[in-house]
Write a protein that binds this ligand. Structure first.
Ligand SMILES: Nc1ncnc2c1ncn2[C@@H]1O[C@H](COP(=O)(O)OP(=O)(O)O)[C@@H](O)[C@H]1O
Ligand SMILES: [Mg+2]
Length: 386
């Protein structure tokens, strides 16, 4: 049972279907991308524990695979006790549902270097928190993703805006926000990390990415970083994933700054920036790795086969029944590919597709990035109904 049926879930479903499994895809709306390729579907509010219990009782899944954070993950502990495998584990899903648990675990319990941070549950507390953390700082709802409700405070005057924006962009009913000191990083990476039921922890070559409005725009692999930084990132990823327990792929996010490496956050599931692996950069994509890891199947090796890049195609308006022009243009050159997610509705900045570009190992990753961006710009998302 897949909880959350977006584009990442869709590729995961394809990967497990290829291994012969039966999948129920769940989301809050009908015809979500992963539901289009699954065996069955449910439409519920996944933050509603009773609704979650009801579909688990109805389908009796062997595995529960979360694809998003905003789920009533407290219920997962009971499911695990009932013998259902929660991916990667109830603890991991619960700790990462809300930025607070994972940040306190990383910074306080594990002693990892993170941006200096405070919490605030009201506008007054936000003023105080910004005062302690300093300006500039980043304000994020405790429960949100893809930059929703997230903004940077550059002056006192931004604080009130940041609070109201956080309240309009949050998922669920938690008003509290995290306030993080702004890290002046030169590089941002995702280290895809695979924990196995029977086997050592594996790492994919680092993926670089660029974010706007807290949402990823392009990603590329490999991202060249120093051996020392790579070793440190792997050690941190190993430490956090071991503490959270379970088997599956994780997207561990780091900021690389002149003063060193910062742990930022992690997803206990495939990562959006890891869609670059759909360009065939590795022998197994992040979705195939997740499928093998959660099913307890062997992963003898992860090898980099090609250099690649991905770039997002965003909608610019609200509407339904989207269609796409420019796809022929975007696929014209060797090494170009696209994934159109099949989302039934658009809204401004909603990610609708990614373009992929790849070439042999050792080729210029910046050129591949430019190619993916140029191809994404050729694709227009239009609506039959606004
Ligand atoms: N403390 C920070 N300093 C500088 N940039 C940040 C900071 N926190 C977040 N960002 C930027 O915003 C992006 C999204 O933030 P993140 O915490 O990863 O939220 P999400 O859960 O929405 O991915 C990051 O990838 C980074 O580019
Ligand atoms: Mg992130």
């Amino acid at each position: 049972m897949l909880l959350g049926s977006g584009e990442l879930g869709k590729e995961f479903v394809i990967a497990v279907k290829r291994l012969g499994h039966h999948v129920i895809a769940v989301d809050s709306y009908n015809d979500a991308p992963a539901q289009q390729v699954a065996d069955g579907r449910e439409v519920i509010d996944m933050l509603d524990g009773l609704a979650l219990d009801a579909i688990v009782a109805r389908h009796q899944p062997d595995l529960i695979v979360p694809e998003i954070e905003a789920i009533r993950t407290e219920r997962f502990y009971d499911y695990e006790k009932e013998g259902i495998q929660v991916v990667p584990s109830a603890r991991a899903a619960n700790f990462t549902m809300n930025r607070k648990a994972i940040r306190d675990l990383a910074a306080k319990e594990l002693g990892l270097r993170t941006a200096n941070y405070r919490y605030a549950a009201s506008l007054e507390e936000l003023h105080a928190a910004v005062g302690e953390v300093g300006i500039p700082c980043v304000v994020k709802p405790l429960m949100s993703s893809s930059g929703k409700g997230q903004s940077t405070v550059k002056s006192e005057a931004d604080i009130e805006k940041a609070w109201s924006y956080s309240q309009s962009g949050k998922r669920g009913d938690i008003a509290e926000v995290i306030v993080e000191a702004f890290v002046q990083f030169h590089t941002e990476i995702t280290l895809l990390t695979v924990t196995q039921k029977n086997g050592v922890t594996l790492f994919c070559p680092p993926i670089g990415h660029r974010q706007e409005r807290g949402d990823y725009q392009e990603s590329w692999q490999p991202c060249m970083i120093s051996d020392a930084h790579l070793k440190e990132a792997e050690e941190i990823a190993e430490k956090v994933t071991r503490s959270l327990t379970g088997a599956g792929i994780w997207g561990v996010e780091f900021f690389l700054a002149d003063e060193g490496i910062y742990f930022s956050e992690l997803s206990p599931r495939p990562h959006d920036t890891g869609m670059v692996t759909l360009a065939g950069t590795q022998n197994l994509s992040e979705f195939e790795l997740h499928a093998r890891a959660v099913l307890g199947l062997p992963i003898p090796e992860i090898i980099l086969l090609k250099a690649g890049a991905s770039a997002v195609v965003l909608a610019d308006r609200a509407g339904t029944n989207p269609y796409y022009t420019g796809v022929e243009d975007a696929l014209g050159e060797p090494g170009s590919d696209i994934r159109i997610f099949g989302k039934p509705a658009t809204r401004p900045y909603r990610r609708m597709a990614v373009t992929l570009a790849s070439d042999q190992l050792g080729s210029d990753v910046d050129a591949l990035k430019a190619k993916a961006i140029a191809n994404a710009a050729k694709v227009k998302v239009l609506n039959t109904e606004l």
